[in-house]
Design a protein around this ligand. Sequence first.
Ligand SMILES: Cc1cc2nc3c(=O)[nH]c(=O)nc-3n(C[C@H](O)[C@H](O)[C@H](O)COP(=O)(O)O)c2cc1C
Length: 184
Amino acid sequence: MIVTIQLYFRMIAIIVSTNRHHSKSKQVAQFYQNLLTNLNAETQIIDLAELPDDFARTALYENNGKNENFNRLKYQMREAEKFVFVVPEYNGSFPGVLKTFIDGLGYPSELLHKKAALVGISDGVQGGALALSHLTDILNYLGLNVLAQRVKIPFMKKNFVEGEITDPLINKLIAEQAELLVKF
Ligand SMILES: Cc1cc2nc3c(=O)[nH]c(=O)nc-3n(C[C@H](O)[C@H](O)[C@H](O)COP(=O)(O)O)c2cc1C
């Protein structure tokens, strides 16, 4: 008799998409983690601030797999079935460190055939609208399915205070997005 064991990964990983320490992105990730916990989802936060400082030189290309501290984050990505990317707008796009991190995940990527929701944040008016479009192109190229409902939080200083979203419409949209992601 042949017994097939299938592994189902049910973890949702919430990615803090910058390596800036004490980032607002981390606070939004924690806010999102609460939303998902209330929906009975299993979550973990992957903070790019925990990337080794030298990873671009020691974990990519011919050094792929050689940096244990980078591999730890890579394995956390592997364990996840779905992702939430919390993406700060940096110079009209997403942070370069996120692209470098993705480049270190190899090809075919750890992202292949998985699913993600995107949240953009900014101090200015856009809420990372362009950043999310740029990132969606790359994630789709790597075979990851992006949830259509992308949430933007512009004017962070006004709209995100003491770990909470103050704008009722954004609050509604992000709660809807979390529910859609769980069902996605
Ligand atoms: C390098 C850098 C570039 C930034 N570029 C923009 C930008 O183009 N537009 C904008 O509205 N805010 C910009 N910001 C502000 C961030 O989007 C904003 O502070 C965001 O709420 C949180 O970023 P954090 O996760 O690094 O704290 C920039 C911040 C940094 C550090």
